[in-house]
Design a protein around this ligand. Sequence first.
Ligand code: 5GP
Ligand code: MN
Length: 331
Amino acid sequence: MENFQKELMGARTIAIAGHVRPDGDCIGSSTALYQYLNRNKKRFGIESVDLYLEPFGNEFSMLGAIDEIKHTCDGDQDYDLFISLDCASLDRLGDAVKYFDTAKKTLNIDHHISNTGFAQVNHVVADASSTSEVIFTLLEEEEITKDIASSLYVGIIHDTGVFKHSNTTQKTMNIVGKLINKGIDFSKLIDESFYSKTYMQNQILGRCLMESILVLGGKVIVSAIRQSILNFYQARSTDLEGIVDQLRVTKGVEVAIFIYETNPNEFKVSMRSNGKVNVSKIAIYFGGGGHVMAAGCTMYGVLNDVINNLTPHIEAQLKEFEEPEGAYRFD
Ligand code: 5GP
Ligand code: MN
């Protein structure tokens, strides 16, 4: 915390940005930090703070400062300090990278195991559930308002799948307890930002489940959706949130793969593991990244090739769990 505050000193203009196609943790951690800095402007000698995030869905509209977010990077400001949140590598910053490039000082706060340490100052806590959890540890508890707590809570529930993923620790739950003590409406935050779906989102989810296929003897489930179908539903990538998680809970499955077409012959791949397979390793191999149990990448070519290029990596990792050939068995 003291080191973080030292980094803030002398920065009159600050830009905060998160990764492309922002998720709950990205939105939660960045709106929390944005509100904290705005509250403490005088103390740190800050003149202005700008938050840049690509457009996202209405499910986050209950969060504080949501209307103040800049969704395009039109201006040409040179910031004193650029803070990157929840971003594993520079390419994940999208258009906001231009502010990173021209900033006097750059700071990278994240929790991805694959983080490349791309900034001047890097604070990467790989065993933290979320960037929101990392942000909590950087703020004084008494400065965390109900709105800041709501943002951090939403960030944590999204990256932990409402406390069910293996990244949830005692520390996570202790922090969550403190956030609840701030009087946040946690039931509403969970329902509105996580579980509630529009009719269109549910239709796409249903379609993706119906069209999913099992491969590698039922160990892997794959579902893909074309751009033409997404256009028909007028769906954005944020409308596809949660589909891969529903695929993952299919009985017998070790890895779930959800693929959507972003451009002709360009596919965004989301992978989830149930424990045996390190999907981050596979995502990194194809130029992406993420966590051991949840990772993603962009792949090019025809859809069948994309799937056929992924499955051997899963097969190879699953083989490590099989009994070695000729092993002695006591029957
Ligand atoms: P999702 O599948 O929900 O898009 O992402 C799962 C995790 O993998 C997230 O932590 C996300 O940041 C990371 N991830 C997804 N796609 C990419 C990618 O193309 N590059 C990198 N570096 N990380 C990704
Ligand atoms: Mn995150």
